[in-house]
Design a protein around this ligand. Sequence first.
Ligand SMILES: [Zn+2]
Length: 400
Amino acid sequence: MRAVLGIIATIWMGAAPVWAQDLSAIARLLPETSSITDSGRGVSLDLTISQSVPWRVRVLDTPPRLILDTREVDFAQIAAVPRRSDAVVDLRAGVFRPGWSRLVLELSGPFAVKSAAMDTAGTEGARINVTLAPASQQDFAVLAAAPEPEGWALPKPADVPKVLPHGAGPLVVVLDPGHGGIDPGAENDGHREADLVLTFAREFKEALQRSGDFLVILTRDEDVFVPLEARISVARAAGANVLISLHADALAEGDASGATLYTLSNDATDEASKALAERHDRDDLLAGIDLTEQDDLIAHVLMDMARTQTTPRVDRLAEALKAEIKAEGLRMHRKPIQSGGFSVLKSPDIPSILIELGFLSSDRDLAHLTDPAWRARMIAALGTGLTKWAAAEAALNGGQ
Ligand SMILES: [Zn+2]
């Protein structure tokens, strides 16, 4: 028997009886009695959770990583867990789906789960121990490709009401607050990009709907991870006329500041744009989603045709938004319209644009983003830009 068969591919654990525990509180990680340690050639992951929860572990590839899914656990203290490991090169944790959390340990190479257990006998909550052993690339590939176990069904990420396409009704706008849950996005001075863009999106939605000219749907309305593909699915299910993805990233390069409008292109404007697009795909991948879906040739041709019509509409949208942001006297990046290979913009037939409202790496931009008055001005500018663009497009289409 091959060694790999003796190794655990995916482990799904029911919670032990928890009668005596307070079930109303969300379980939380207790960092003082948790650790991540290299032992021999393997790794030992020890986590103390304030109460027992259903959980499972599995490995995924490209890059190799260990995924630990649990009923919702507050992992806010994950950075405080002592880490003595060369094998674990990165880790992140947070809400993955409503009611479910995910911890991702990025590994330096192929490892297999040797053992996984939860001990609820102690006085202090539940202790999860997972040990990893080095595996061959071949064995690891088998483990990483293992299907989800039966009975393991996370809630679907995109559950939005279907809005029927329409002619002269309100413009259907899908607002996409970037990041969320396990993926906080950029961070500066205690502020997380995921929170800032969610606040902005909610206020933007409120303002657009109040005008009566728009029907607005958010791809997420809470601090939850939504895969990039699911964000596109939301726009499609909603019959969106336009998708606006909202971000406020950090850029290492120089003193990037001011709002920037990004359109889709395989040829990024510059290295910074390229890196920004790649990082968003990487964040998505690390959270456990497989982006390797292949399009066949016919689908490609059809998509190219649709995109030929959509691209000039997106370019006009970018110009319309830029004009209003400038008219409002708000700062823009020295190159206000840029392009890159952002996956969330890849709907061939839905005009899609990504707005970096500012850069969290800039203190001035951070001050703007946290200022309700600044946000109201930006929202007014974007709303006016959208209205003018929609009117111009309708005129181009013969008043449709
Ligand atoms: Zn972002």
